[in-house]
Write a protein that binds this ligand. Sequence first.
Ligand SMILES: Nc1nc(=O)c2c([nH]1)NC[C@@H]1CN(c3ccc(C(=O)N[C@@H](CCC(=O)O)C(=O)O)cc3)CN21
Ligand SMILES: O=c1ccn([C@H]2C[C@H](O)[C@@H](COP(=O)(O)O)O2)c(=O)[nH]1
Length: 263
Amino acid sequence: MSKADEKYLDIVEKIIKEGYYSNNRTGIPTYKLPHQIMQFDLNQEFPILTTKFVAFKTAVKELLWIWQLQSNDVRELQKMGCHVWDEWMRPDGTIGKAYGYQIRKFKQVDRLLDMLKSDNQNRRMIVSLWNIEDLPDMSLQPCAFQTLWDVTDDRLNCMLIQRSGDMGLGVPFNMAQYAVLVHLVAQSVGLKPGLFTHVINNAHVYENHIDILKQQLKRRDKALQAPKLLIDPNIHDFYKFTIDDIRLDNYQHLGKLSMEVAV
Ligand SMILES: Nc1nc(=O)c2c([nH]1)NC[C@@H]1CN(c3ccc(C(=O)N[C@@H](CCC(=O)O)C(=O)O)cc3)CN21
Ligand SMILES: O=c1ccn([C@H]2C[C@H](O)[C@@H](COP(=O)(O)O)O2)c(=O)[nH]1
């Protein structure tokens, strides 16, 4: 069974059984648990769910939009064929000063790549999208808002801090996305990928996702082996990876489960 299914479904099951019921700004109440953590050794396998289909290409497009294009323009994402931000688009076509905007504003990716190449024992390698001054001008404040990077024994490790995690929709994307990011950054600076630790402060299941997630829990015993992530090995410039250079070999899964997004 894929490790991703095991760790993800453990949290989903715990939230459904023991989670606290509460309301939130969307008006769709959730069951929630604080401080849920998943850790994956990217050297062993790629963390993507097999107990449901995860739209891998769509997820990677969103990742490239934020980290490589460093854009806040939803129309750019739509041009790539990804529509997961449509509901948060402002009349000017953007999501305000959020996500990619904050990476570009402080050249955060360039700084990270430089530090990893020149001083990888630096303990200040952090990319943060949480800019207090700009928070009021974001259509959604970033959820997966901080990554902390470390190099140990020639392996690149990354801890993702997510303040708020929608277990049904956002988290399956985020796990796969940030695992891809670690692989891309590692390949760009000549390191091997290591640990990916995913910390979720408020891990929640929306009430209208419960029945579908229960269906997914029943698939647990049928979970399949994780696919392999294949990245064109000739690319060593972070800005040169395209969506076609990043693919999964033999992604087997138990089929799509549709859920509605709470806006
Ligand atoms: N309530 C909520 N949950 C989220 O996960 C979320 C937000 N809001 N707001 C901002 C972004 C948008 N995200 C989304 C939005 C939609 C899907 C979604 O519909 N996923 C489908 C596949 C979509 C496709 O193939 O295009 C899925 O079945 O996973 C995923 C992530 C993640 N974020
Ligand atoms: O990458 C993402 C982006 C968003 N989410 C989820 C988490 C919450 O359910 C909503 C955001 O609502 P807030 O009230 O701002 O917390 O979106 C996610 O899981 N992953």
